[in-house]
Write a protein that binds this ligand. Structure first.
Ligand code: USQ
Length: 401
C-alpha cells in the first residue's frame, strides 16, 4: 500500500514511517519541522536527541535498504501539497501534521488563532487536494479522545442512537473539548465528515488517547531512528513528563486532585492501531470514528505506576499535587468504548509497568538534557490567559479532605 504521512518528522510520524516500511508498505511524507520550532519556543528540548532530517534519512536508507520519499513543505501551501499528492498517488493518507498541544493553544490570542488556523486550514487543504487529485485514497485523520470532553455518560465511537420527542436518529456524539487545540480537532472532524458525505471521500477519524513511550521494534538500536520525547509543559504529555521527572528526581507534577481520567496508550499500540485502520480502509463515502486507547486511568493512578516502575529500577520517585493551571474536571465519571479496533484485531499491550520501565531506562542516559531544561517542568500557562507558576498544594488538599 502507498501511504502518505503528513507530519512525518513528529513523535508519531517518524516511528510510523518506520513501522509501515518494515511491514512492506511504500511510504512518502512531508513536514515543515514546526514541532522542532514550537518546542524551542517554549524553552524545551526533546529528552531523546532528535537528529537533523538529513541524518534521519540516511539512517532510514541504511536500516530499511531503500530511501524515504520525503519533501519539506507546509500543509498551508496548497499548491505544494496538491502536486506532491498528485505525483505520489497514495492509497492512504495519515494526517499527523497539526499543532498538538492544549497549553500552547491557550497561551494568548495569537497562539489560539495560530493553532486553529494551522490545524483547520491544513486539514481542509488535505480534503480539497484529495478531492482534486486522489479521491479514492483513505484518509486516516488523527483526532483526539479530548474532543468528547468528560461527559457524565458513556462515550461511544463517534455516533450514538438517540430518541428525542418521540423520534429516533443516529447522530454524532456531542463534543465538549477542553482547550482551543482540542476544539480545532472538533472542527476538523466536522469538516472531514462533511467532505465524505458530499464528495464520497473515505476517512477514519481516530480519537486517540494520550500516547507515551520511547520505542517501537522497527527502530532497532540506531539513535538516529529514535523518536522525540518532550517534557515541557506544552509538548510533553503527562506520562512522558512524569518519566522525565522521575529520572532527574523531580517530583511528579500531578495537577489538582489527580482524578482526571484519560485514555492512554503506548507508542507501539498507537502504531499497531494506525496500521490496522490503514489495512482495513473505510468504504467510499464512509466517515467512521475509532476510539484509540489501551486503557483509561486517572492521572494519579498513572503517577503511582511511574513511581512503582521507578522503584523497580531503583529510583525514588516523589509525587506532589500542584495547583491546576487548566480548567478541567478533577474528579469525574469516565467510560469510553474502543470496540472497533479490537474487532479488527488490536491486541492491547497490557503490561504498562514494563513499558514504563523501558522508558525510564531509555531516559536515564539523557538525564543531563532534562536537567538542562528543568525550568519547563512546572507549568505556568493558565486557561484564563495569565502566566503564573503552579505551586505544591498537598497541604491544602489534606486540609480539605
Ligand atoms: N497533567 C498532569 N500533570 C502534568 C501534565 C498533565 O496532571 O504534568 C494532567 C492534565 O491536567 C490532564 C491530563 O494530565 O488532565 C492529560 O494531560 P496531557 O498534557 O497528557 O494531555 P492533553 O493535554 O489532553 O493532550 C495530549 C496530547 C494531545 C492529544 C491528547 C489526547 O498533547 O495532542 O490530543 O493528549 S486526550 O488527552 O485523550 O485528549
Amino acid at each position: 500500500m502507498r501511504v502518505f504521512i503528513a507530519g512525518i518528522d513528529g513523535y508519531l510520524g517518524w516511528p510510523l514511517a518506520q513501522h509501515l516500511t518494515a511491514r512492506g508498505h511504500e511510504v512518502a511524507g512531508m513536514d515543515m519541522f514546526l514541532r522542532r520550532q514550537w518546542v524551542e519556543e517554549v524553552g524545551g528540548q526533546s529528552a531523546i536527541p532528535v537528529y537533523p532530517m538529513e541524518e534521519r534519512l540516511k539512517a532510514f536508507e541504511e536500516h530499511f535498504g531503500k530511501p524515504l520519499n520525503f519533501r519539506k513543505g507546509d500543509l498551508l501551501d496548497y499548491a505544494f501539497l496538491k502536486e506532491y499528492l498528485a505525483e505520489f498517488q497514495p492509497d492512504a493518507i495519515v494526517h499527523l501534521g497539526e499543532m498538538p498541544s492544549a497549553p500552547y493553544s491557550m497561551i494568548d490570542q495569537a497562539h489560539t488563532v495560530y493553532t486553529q488556523h494551522n490545524n483547520v486550514i491544513g486539514s481542509l487543504n488535505i480534503l480539497w487536494a484529495m478531492k482534486e487529485v486522489c479521491p479514492d485514497a483513505h484518509l486516516v485523520k488523527l483526532g483526539t479522545m479530548g474532543e468528547y470532553g468528560t461527559p457524565n455518560v458513556p462515550v461511544p465511537e463517534g455516533f450514538f442512537e438517540i430518541e428525542y420527542r418521540g423520534r429516533k436518529d443516529v447522530l454524532p456524539f456531542p463534543r465538549q473539548a477542553g482547550s482551543f487545540y482540542h476544539w480545532s480537532k472538533v472542527h476538523d472532524s466536522g469538516n472531514t465528515m462533511f467532505a465524505c458525505r458530499i464528495w464520497g471521500l473515505r476517512s477514519t477519524d481516530i480519537m486517540q488517547g494520550v500516547v507515551f513511550g520511547t520505542q517501537i521494534d522497527a527502530m532497532g538500536d540506531d539513535p538516529r531512528l529514535r523518536s522525540r520525547l518532550d517534557f515541557d509543559q506544552c509538548f510533553g504529555t503527562a506520562v512522558n513528563r512524569f518519566c522525565c521527572q522521575a529520572v532527574i528526581g523531580h517530583p511528579l507534577t500531578l495537577y489538582g486532585l489527580g482524578g482526571q481520567t484519560r485514555g492512554f496508550l503506548p507508542l507501539r499500540d498507537s502504531m499497531q492501531c494506525l496500521t490496522i485502520a490503514l489495512e482495513n480502509p473505510a468504504e467510499p463515502g464512509e466517515y467512521r470514528v475509532f476510539n484509540q486507547f489501551e486503557e483509561y486511568y486517572t492521572i494519579e493512578e498513572l503517577a503511582l505506576k511511574v513511581q512503582q516502575a521507578g522503584a523497580d529500577i531503583g529510583l525514588d520517585v516523589e509525587i506532589h499535587h500542584y495547583d491546576n493551571p487548566r480548567k478541567e474536571m478533577e474528579k469525574h465519571y469516565f467510560h469510553a468504548d474502543r470496540e472497533h479496533l479490537i474487532n479488527l484485531g488490536y491486541q492491547p499491550t497490557h503490561d504498562v509497568l514494563a513499558e514504563l520501565r523501558i522508558m525510564l531506562n531509555d531516559l536515564l542516559p539523557h538525564r543531563e538534557r532534562i536537567l538542562a531544561k528543568q525550568d519547563v517542568l512546572v507549568p505556568d500557562i493558565r486557561w484564563d490567559g495569565s502566566r503564573r507558576r503552579s505551586t505544591i498544594i498537598d497541604e491544602q488538599l489534606s486540609t480539605v479532605s
